[in-house]
Design a protein around this ligand. Sequence first.
Ligand code: ZN
Length: 278
Amino acid sequence: MKRMKMYYLKNSICFIAMFFILGLYSCDDISDPTSINIFSLQDDVNLGRQLDSQIVNSSGEYSLLNLPSAKTYVQNIINEIIVSPDVKYEKDFVYDIKIIHNDEVANAFAAPGGFIYVYTGLLKFVDNEATLAAVLAHEVAHCERRHATKRMTKQYGISFLLDLLLSDNPSQWEEIGSNLLTGLALLKNSRDDEYEADEYSFRYLQSTKWYPGGLIFFFDKIKDNEGSGFLEELLSTHPMPEDRVAAVEKMIEDANLPQPDESSLFTTEYQEFLKTLP
Ligand SMILES: [Zn+2]
């Protein structure tokens, strides 16, 4: 069985390498080598689906909240974000959100291909819908900007993939296979990924009913809760240098936004939603 898996993996990586050699790889900006991605959009979805099934089947660590009305509420926020004209892959990616029932963790994360997860701890951590929408738009941006598979491309590098083709070294195949499947490497975002996801979160929200600068309220809350174990996982998957705050403040200033109020924050509606959570 394992041998079979490795065989398929090897073939798909050969295919990816061929794709690259033929110059068919996707690249947002030819002058920027960090934007090279040797994986296809469908690879993103396939990888995300594998991670999703690991999460769904690991009842202990990631037990899902079984409350359809809550799932609908957060899914509707995602659905409004992805109609933004800046979202490109709303037809290619699944854009499905799941709520993890754990009040001890205030985190949200995304697997490639549009699989997004939010903890009840994060839902209860934020005060209004605009802040939650900003955090979810940040996760949509990790998917859209394909940060995970770009990092994998960079991590392994084309020369490594070519070596692999030539050397046929079984232990290297094992290593790449286990990294693909454990997913841990996929979820650790770099600082640059964070800046970019913040920037795109702001862009996506500009075409919605929510105040686009909602991330700033999230950063304020993080500051108020610094040092608490509650945020450990958030900060390990989304690094939080001080200048992320300054970068979002600058976007707000440059966009000349009107002051946020109830018509763009939706605090009352959000507090009503929180009352429905266990
Ligand atoms: Zn992030």
